[in-house]
Design a protein around this ligand. Structure first.
Ligand SMILES: C[S@@+](CC[C@H](N)C(=O)[O-])C[C@H]1O[C@@H](n2cnc3c(N)ncnc32)[C@H](O)[C@@H]1O
Length: 357
């Protein structure tokens, strides 16, 4: 499986699959673990990203932001819950997943988590103990520990982790603080690359951004995260419609929340999607802070549809090293841009591409 942090051959994933192989599938909840080997059809799996597709017989549900009702809900109904920590999403997200798993259990239910002992396993075990009263290591394999707990759930401790939220102050994009949660990009402060892109665009006029003086009517924020670039665009061009495309489902919920907070929800539409959707709509401007860890194929797939959306139109990317985006824009888009240049800004490079006139 290509999605980050999910590999069905990982020794920790194999430990988890063995641990719950005999649990009746309808009573098993996989919390953002990806599919586990050896399970029968009928398992429920929570996912964080549209790219996590259901495997045979699974029921995939989005891991949603907990509502007030969910936060005060009565005990869960599952006999067992499994958590596979996704290191790139942060420890706070692993704690949220453990809390989600613990709260989903019926009294006497089992919580399982596998982690490398030398990569934070100890602190996850401490969090399980805090929420479930105790924890033990029930198996080991190639540096991984399989942690297990069955006990009385300390709901307050679990709810604290499940309800973790952040507020970011980013006057460049919105007067209102931006809401964020574990599991998304951009939790404590506006990303430096995003600041560099928006700082530059703030300082120049439409002619330098789009080659003419008209405000754009349709703007795309590709790989929008919790929406800072979309919010900035809505503030700068109050009559523009902004499409914010993002694959992380929690981040999509936050784009909607942050748009409401900033009073621009009529302008911004959040779309949970793996890259641009199949059917293009005329767009004047695309802005993106693309995922830095994306491989060449993945980045190529994100860029390939651009000429169909931006004809004519402009795209701006903020990157650490421009070579790869420049080369992919040249090789993977058809037609390739009629104008392509790179602008150095402190700490980053801005790649500007134009299609059409
Ligand atoms: C570097 S972050 C930028 C986020 C946001 N624009 C900001 O400036 O804070 C890249 C974002 O791209 C999203 N992403 C990665 N691959 C994607 C894909 N194939 N389709 C849509 N979004 C994707 C990630 O979830 C992440 O939120």
């Amino acid at each position: 499986m290509s999605h980050e942090g999910l590999n069905i051959d990982d020794p920790g994933v194999i430990l988890l699959g063995h641990a719950v192989a005999d649990v009746p599938p309808s009573e098993l909840l996989l919390v953002c673990s990806g599919p586990l080997p050896g399970l029968r059809p009928g398992v429920t799996r929570l996912i964080t990203d549209v790219r996590e597709r259901p495997h045979a017989g699974e029921r995939c549900l989005p891991l949603t932001l907990p509502s007030a009702v969910e936060l005060s809900a009565s005990p869960g109904t599952y006999a067992a819950a499994v958590v596979w920590p996704r290191a790139h999403l942060g420890k706070d997200f692993s704690l949220l997943c453990l809390a989600r798993g613990a709260l989903a259990l019926r009294p006497g239910g089992d919580l399982f988590c596998a982690a490398r002992k030398d990569k934070g396993g100890g602190s996850l075990a401490a969090a399980i103990e805090e929420m479930m009263g105790h924890v033990e290591v029930v198996e080991r394999s190639r540096g991984y520990h399989l942690y297990h707990a069955r006990g009385e759930i300390d709901r307050d401790a679990a709810l604290r982790h499940l309800g973790a939220r952040y507020e970011l102050h980013a006057p460049l994009v919105s007067e209102a603080p931006l809401a964020s949660v574990p599991g998304v990009f951009c939790r404590r402060h506006l990303d430096d690359g995003t600041s560099a892109l928006l700082g530059h665009l703030n300082a120049v006029d439409e002619r330098q951004i789009l080659g003419h003086q008209r405000a754009p009517r349709a703007v795309i924020d590709l790989c929008a995260g919790i929406g800072p670039i979309a919010l900035w665009a809505a503030k700068r061009w109050p009559s523009a419609s902004i499409l914010a495309v993002e694959s992380n489902l929690l981040a999509c919920d936050l784009i909607a929340e942050n748009s409401r907070r900033a009073g621009v929800d009529a302008q911004i539409r959040a779309l949970a999607s793996d890259g641009l959707p199949a059917t293009p709509t005329p767009t004047d401007l695309l802005l993106a802070n693309p995922p830095t860890h994306a491989g060449e194929d993945e980045l190529g797939r994100l860029l390939a549809p651009l000429p169909r959306w931006l004809s004519p139109g402009d795209a701006w990317f903020v990157v650490n090293r421009p070579g790869r985006v420049v080369s992919l824009l040249t090789k993977k888009t058809d037609p390739s841009p009629s104008h392509l240049d790179v602008l150095e800004v402190p700490g980053f490079a801005l790649v500007h591409a134009r299609w059409g006139a």
